[in-house]
Design a protein around this ligand. Structure first.
Ligand code: CP
Ligand code: NVA
Length: 311
């Protein structure tokens, strides 16, 4: 059987991601109020080890994959570029072949998406994209879980993205095509998402609108999402921050959305830049549910990669 890599949402497809969302909800409910490190009753990944390669910083992805493996009965180890031989120039190909002899799956967070693809090409165990400059699929499984938990049906949902057309938006657009929800992107000129992802969503049956009018993007939305204006590896350019300013998510923008709209942010947030404190801390914000759901989402992704969930 082919190795099940998870470099982007389409690697799994809509049916498998729907199975992940159902499994994540079941597992989350089954361990409600348990200590976070207790192993799930069925310990489905007992004895399995995940290696996590970090070439960029992380709090949520690092912690949630580690805890996810513990809850599934396995364990995880971290290799960061500062202290592993990757940082001294050992090739991705050799790293993939060595780790494939030692662990059962590999997660990588890196800059160039081609590095994750190369790792997957040379690995004989599943490789998971824990964020690249191009996409952040694991985040979006957690985001979909959060939307569903908060009573949103995905098909036909109206999602508004405000701000930078970045890696997180790319994976949202990919999800939109798989689940047939619509995306209105409020984005300053020059910072649009890559057209490849817009086309992918449209091919899947999603309506995608790009607008330079933040109000138009937010109007009637079920979900409002934003992210940092400066992603990891990017410069703090003053002209970019100035261009982004009209796309800040504040109370007046939230008022344009549906009254029961929810606010999502993958975190870390820069309160006062892409979102005001009133919205971030307000009743429509579900950002900490979203952060917790990283654990539950990772578990289902890991199970799918190990052939234990979906097709
Ligand atoms: N949202 C997210 O991926 O957070 P980290 O960068 O902390 O992993
Ligand atoms: N777009 C952000 C997401 C961080 C989780 C970045 O790439 O830095």
């Amino acid at each position: 059987m082919a190795v099940k890599h998870f470099l982007d949402l389409s690697d799994a497809g809509g049916d498998a991601i729907a199975a992940m969302l159902a499994d994540a909800q079941d597992r989350k409910a089954a361990r409600k109020d348990w200590p976070k490190g207790r192993v799930d009753a069925d310990a489905p990944l007992s004895g399995h080890v995940l290696a996590m390669i970090f070439e960029k910083n992380s709090t949520r992805t690092r912690a949630s994959f580690d805890i996810a493996m513990r809850q599934l009965g396995g364990s995880a180890l971290i290799l960061d570029s500062g202290t592993s031989q990757l940082g001294r120039g050992e090739s991705i190909a050799d790293t993939a072949r060595v780790l494939s002899r030692m662990v059962d799956a590999i997660m990588i967070r890196t800059d160039d998406h081609a590095k994750a693809e190369e790792l997957a090409h040379h690995a004989s165990v599943p490789v998971i994209n824990g964020l690249t400059d191009r996409s952040h699929p694991c985040q979006i499984v957690a985001d979909l879980l959060t939307m569903v938990e908060h009573g949103k049906a995905l098909p036909g949902l109206e999602l508004a993205w405000l701000g930078d057309g970045n890696n997180v938006l790319h994976s949202i657009l990919e999800a939109a095509g798989l689940f047939k929800f619509n995306v209105r992107v409020g984005v300053p000129q020059g910072y649009e998402p890559e057209s490849e992802f817009v086309e992918m969503a449209r091919r899947g049956g999603s309506t995608v609108t790009l607008t330079q009018d933040a109000g138009e993007a937010a109007r009637g939305a079920d979900i409002i999402v934003t992210d940092t204006w400066v992603s990891m590896g990017q410069q703090h350019a003053h002209n970019k921050l100035a261009a982004m300013a009209p796309f800040q998510v504040g109370a007046s923008l939230m008022e344009q959305a549906k009254p029961d709209a929810k606010f999502l942010h993958c975190l870390p947030a820069h309160v006062g830049d892409e979102v005001t404190e009133a919205v971030f801390e307000g009743p429509q914000s579900v950002v900490f549910d979203e952060a917790e759901n990283r654990i539950h989402a990772q578990k289902s992704i890991l199970l799918w990669c190990h052939g234990l969930l979906g097709t």
